[in-house]
Design a protein around this ligand. Structure first.
Ligand SMILES: *Cc1c(COP(=O)(O)O)cnc(C)c1O
Length: 401
């Protein structure tokens, strides 16, 4: 296969070489069950403990507050369903936002069918939650606020510490889906008033199918999987030892390299944004200009379909996304792009490029040229663009954004 330019790191990332190397012995010689008494089992148990310690240190948490799960979706499901159940005698109202990942939104649908009431907060045009609206949404029976740390599509970072403070002032629990933020942004769960936090390994150069839920001591959350005593009997099942080892190494690497790596990504991201916006007419950036993930750029191009753009980029070896991986294949525009106020035509012409540690300036230059060429080609086939050129139709982007 010819060279691939991988610009879809928000969908998943390449497992780091060090991560794979650290995992391998736990498939082969160290295959013991962590619950076994003999030393083969104890070696696995020690590896799990070490990983838990490494991870706890990255977010300023107690070691016993880290619970391994099968990834971001499971952590989100657990946080919402189990707190809903544990606190329903106190109230049945939950506050979240319109721009959450489907792991949150679809869990909220499930809870609504079971008698919970959910408030979905609007966001502003940059994708930021409005704190005054959050305050207004709080009721006597509100038990949980769940707001994502940073958005997977448009990259916007939320004022997490302030949201947590608002929740705590009213004695309400605060959960955040930090799947995109962890490893990209410094996080301190105590300083940021976070009671529960979801993380996934495969978004930070770790393996797929492993993640964790941080649950602050004292939060009354029900067990998610019933069975053995693993994860303090809250999430039973023999530990995914290889995955846990891989996640621990990925977490350490991500935090050791964070400052340098994200500084380089920010610089490339800004170069990409600058050039696309100035060299492609009728284009706009989605998400906050500065309060955004270091590796995220999301654009809308008028008069084209994002899907066609993706297919033509793929022919040039460029992996990108037009929204979240979960929504491609569906004809509805992304709920996130609609929530920031884009009309359907503009939302349909969107492109998400998410950089990684290995992305080079050459990759970005090649991608910019490819985007320019493909957008021009697609527009040349668009009757709407013809009308625009003939002065019969105005540009929505030029008029509104
Ligand atoms: C990827 C992602 C998830 C889901 O994580 P999985 O480990 O793939 O289940 C949840 N939330 C956000 C914000 C994500 O980006």
């Amino acid at each position: 296969m010819s060279k691939i330019i991988y610009l879809d790191n928000a969908a998943t990332t390449k497992t780091a070489k060090e991560v794979v190397e650290a995992m391998l012995p736990y498939f082969t010689e160290n295959y013991g069950n962590p619950s076994s008494i003999y030393s083969l089992g104890q070696a696995s148990k020690e590896a799990v403990t070490k990983s838990r310690e490494t991870i706890a240190a990255t977010i300023g948490a107690n070691v016993s507050d880290i619970y391994f799960t099968a990834g971001g979706s499971e952590s989100d499901n657990w946080a919402l369903k189990a707190t809903a159940e544990a606190y329903e005698s106190k109230g049945k109202h939950i506050i979240t936002t319109k721009i959450e990942h489907h792991a949150i939104l679809h869990t909220c649908d499930y809870l609504e069918k079971r008698g919970f009431e959910i408030t979905y907060l609007d966001v502003d045009a940059d994708g930021v939650v409005k704190l005054d609206e959050l305050k207004k949404a709080i009721r006597e029976d509100t038990i949980l606020i769940s707001v994502m740390f940073a958005n997977n599509e448009i990259g916007t970072i939320q004022p997490i510490k302030e949201i947590g403070a608002i929740a705590h002032e009213k004695g309400i629990l605060f959960h955040t889906d930090a799947v995109q933020a962890y490893g990209q942004l410094p996080i301190d769960v105590n300083e940021m008033n976070i009671d529960m936090m979801s993380v996934s390994g495969h978004k930070l150069n770790g393996p797929k199918g492993i993640g964790f839920l941080y649950i602050k001591k004292g939060v009354k959350i029900r067990s998610f999987v019933h069975g053995g005593q693993q994860e303090r009997a809250r999430r039973a099942g023999t530990e995914n030892v290889t995955g846990i080892v891989g996640l621990g190494v990925a977490a350490r690497l991500a935090h050791d390299t964070m400052e340098k790596r994200t500084a380089a990504e920010r610089e490339l991201r800004d170069y990409l944004i600058e050039r696309i916006l100035s060299e492609v007419p009728q284009s706009k950036l989605n998400g906050h200009r500065t309060d955004r993930l270091p590796n995220n750029a999301n654009f809308s191009f008028e008069f084209i379909e994002g899907e066609s753009l993706l297919i033509m980029l793929d022919m040039k070896g460029i992996c990108a996304s037009s929204g979240s991986a979960c929504t491609s294949g569906s004809l509805d525009p992304s709920h996130v792009l609609l929530a920031i106020g884009l009309v359907h035509e503009i939302a349909h012409g969107s492109l998400r490029l998410t950089l990684g540690a290995e992305t080079t300036k050459e990759d970005i230059d090649f991608t910019i040229e490819a985007v320019k060429e493909i957008v021009a080609k697609l527009r040349s086939m668009s009757p709407l663009y013809e009308d625009f050129k003939a002065g019969k139709k105005k540009s929505i982007i030029d008029e509104n954004y």
